[in-house]
Design a binder for this molecule. Structure first.
Ligand SMILES: [Zn+2]
Length: 84
């Protein structure tokens, strides 16, 4: 499935010429003046930058409090390392 989400990139990594890998941590339905929209909470797997995206070319940094509020239930289990 091609989604506008995948046109996003991490600005920090882009500037540093690193390949950014974004990880969708949560999808939240929000109501806006234009109607319901799905807001995505994303994390860069390279540098850990956290941001949210609701419009395809707009992203906004997310602070820790907001991140915990929306992402806490979207726990993703990472592959465990050896010996874990
Ligand atoms: Zn990054």
């Amino acid at each position: 499935m091609i989604d506008s989400l995948f046109t996003l990139y991490c600005e920090d990594c882009e500037v540093a010429a690193r390949p950014s890998r974004l990880w969708v941590r949560a999808e939240i339905e929000v109501s806006t003046s234009r109607g319901p929209e799905t807001q995505h909470y994303l994390e860069c797997m390279n540098c850990g930058f956290r941001f949210k995206s609701c419009m395809e070319d707009h992203m906004e940094a997310v602070d820790d409090e907001e991140w915990r509020r929306f992402v806490k239930e979207a726990v993703v289990f990472l592959p465990q390392g050896e010996g874990a």
